[in-house]
Design a protein around this ligand. Structure first.
Ligand code: VG1
Ligand code: CO
Length: 566
């Protein structure tokens, strides 16, 4: 312990009015955090002040980052401010690295009061990219709206923050570092922990490692290719898939976390993980996967690049829970999906006679369902799936689920998916993203579209496209009432449901850093197995045409098409 106590100082500051966390955390251009005076400090003070002082004193918090530029600077400030605000102990990942699911896992394991994750997830990083701060609460999940509202309220009137500017830690040194502070609070402790250990031992208790190892190393060895996209997952992939489960070292690529993700979008989809797609097309590998910057999202590809749509991945996992020891032991209480996620999961729930819940976009809405024992497995169309083993979506967990299913069924990825469709039908699905749109244009488009679709005559209206006629059955601005605490989330997306089960949904994203992002989701169900091999766009084209027409999105935004299609 240092001999001279470390001073605690109070610094005057001016509030910002734009520090409301979005779908998951506060995301901004890195330059905002770097150049706006106290932008980071103000937000961290607001987060810490949102925790009652009595709860804060002596408690533990977990801190980690996806390794992006500015994370180290931010961790240093968080340590200095946590100490000055009465937090007793911080548990931080080695070199500041922890994936989002690992943070959730550690919070639960050590009964911490919460955690802070420095990440803008799948958004690019670096001085010209994005930075972000996620705040998770004691259940290990993203802070719910009541908490983020409180943080926002505090941030709008903040006048000062507390900090120990002389406190320095060494992120590269594993183990405890104790500090004596010049205030009433108890000694302050920092513990630097291995980034993978705790998470790995949790996975061991969920899966049958020997059966996965058999698949990856046995006589009919499955060749896999895993792309960590230069994000936080590198160390997890190497340690868990290669060292523990026996995949050859060259199965894992882009496994060194880089501050700017090598200049790429660390976003696991067909557009940004194109090098994985190309490698898979060669036919050499039977299974491919990629992760986002902070490791909660994943994409699965089969041999020759067969793409598993995330909504299908969720449904296939649900239909095959019996292949996972965790679910065999715990049983399955219910399923949940975010509203725009395809209804493929609903078909599984019906067949298995399991309860199903529909929630707004964002993982925070699954927390109450899981905490109250209503939901065991959940997911979103945005490449996120998870279970009640933690309170975040979990990319590597999903990969191990797929490998377990393949080991148990002795089938390839494509075969498993096609069997699933043959049994329950196929939900064709796609999402159009219009990024960086003028926020006013986006706001007015949504406002006017709501007026159009909720106007009485719109119900029953028929749209004829080619030889298909779509009749509107129901429209609404989606609203959710949490069945556990009764809290209401309004304005969660405009949706149009057609009589044949097709859906069109419009939403404004809550994770962008510049301008607005409009998302259009389209879904169409096909029961007939003869029609399960069509091109996505061929099936969904008519619905997209209807969506473009009624929203006038191109006219109103000046765009000719979406930025990304997934
Ligand atoms: C997006 C996704 C949502 C996901 C969220 C956070 O939000 O649509 O499903 O939970 O990102 O994921 P939005 O508001 O932009 O549509 V992550 O991996 O960025 O933390
Ligand atoms: Co993420």
């Amino acid at each position: 312990m240092d001999i001279t106590p470390i001073p605690v100082v109070t610094v005057q500051t001016s509030p910002y009015d734009d520090q409301r966390p979005g779908t998951s955390g506060l995301r901004r251009r890195t330059v905002i955090f770097e150049s706006k005076r106290n932008y980071l400090q103000n937000f961290i003070q607001s987060v810490l002040s949102s925790i009652d002082l009595r709860d804060r004193q002596g408690c533990t918090m977990v801190v980690g980052s996806d390794g992006r530029y500015f994370s180290r600077t931010a961790i240093e400030v968080i340590v200095q401010m946590a100490a000055a605000n009465g937090i007793g102990r911080l548990v931080i990942g080695h070199n500041g690295l922890l994936s989002t699911p690992a943070v959730s896992c550690i919070i639960r394991k050590i009964k911490a009061i919460g955690g802070i994750i420095l990440t803008a997830s799948h958004n690019p990083g670096g001085p010209g990219g994005d930075f972000g701060i996620k705040f998770n609460v004691a259940n290990g999940g993203p802070a719910p709206d009541v908490v983020t509202d409180k943080i926002h309220q505090i941030s709008r009137t903040l006048e000062e923050y507390a900090i120990c500017p002389d406190l320095r830690i060494d992120l590269s040194r594993l183990g405890r570092q104790d500090f004596d502070l010049e205030n009433k609070f108890k000694p302050f402790r920092v513990e630097i922990v291995d980034s993978v250990d705790v998470y790995l031992s949790m996975l061991r208790s969920i899966f049958d490692f020997s059966s996965i190892k058999g698949l990856l190393t046995g006589p009919e060895q499955l060749k896999i290719r895993i792309d960590a996209m230069n994000g936080v997952m590198g160390p997890y992939v190497r340690r868990i898939l290669c060292d523990e489960l026996g995949a050859p070292a060259n199965s894992a690529v882009n496994c060194v976390p880089l501050e700017d993700f090598g200049g790429q979008h660390p976003d696991p989809n067909l557009t940004y993980a194109s090098s994985l797609v190309e490698a898979m097309k060669g036919g050499e590998y039977g299974f491919g996967a990629a992760f986002d910057g902070d490791g909660d999202r994943y994409m699965i590809l089969g041999q020759n690049g067969f793409f598993v749509n995330p909504s299908d991945s969720l449904a296939v996992i649900a239909a095959n829970v019996s292949c996972i020891p965790y679910f065999k032991q715990m049983g399955v209480r219910g399923f949940a999906r975010s509203m725009p996620t395809s209804t493929a999961l609903d078909k599984v729930a019906k067949a298995m006679k399991v309860a199903i819940y529909e929630t707004p976009t964002g993982w925070k809405f699954f927390g109450n369902l899981m905490d109250s024992g209503r939901c065991s497995l959940c997911g979103e169309e945005s490449f996120g799936t998870g279970s009640d083993h933690i309170r975040e979506k979990d990319g590597l967990w999903a990969v191990l689920v797929w490998l377990s299913i393949m080991a148990a069924r002795k089938q390839g990825v494509e075969e498993i998916v096609r069997d699933h469709w043959a049994r329950l039908g196929r939900n064709y699905y796609c999402r159009f993203d219009y990024e960086g749109v003028d926020p006013r244009a986006a706001f007015f488009m949504m406002r006017d579209l709501e007026a159009v679709i909720t106007d009485k005559p719109f119900i029953g209206q028929q749209f004829a496209v080619g030889n298909h006629v779509y009749s509107v059955e129901k429209t609404e601005n989606y609203e959710y009432i949490d069945p556990v605490d009764g809290s209401v989330a309004k304005n969660q997306g405009l949706r149009i449901l057609f009589t044949d089960g097709s859906r069109i949904i419009f939403r404004l994203s809550g994770t962008g850093s510049t301008g607005a992002t409009i998302r259009i989701y389209a879904e169409s169900y096909e029961r007939d197995p003869e029609k399960h091999s069509k091109e996505n766009q061929a099936v969904l084209g008519p619905l997209i045409a209807i969506a473009l027409k009624i929203s006038e999105i191109h006219e109103r935004t000046g765009r000719k098409g979406p930025t990304v299609i997934t």
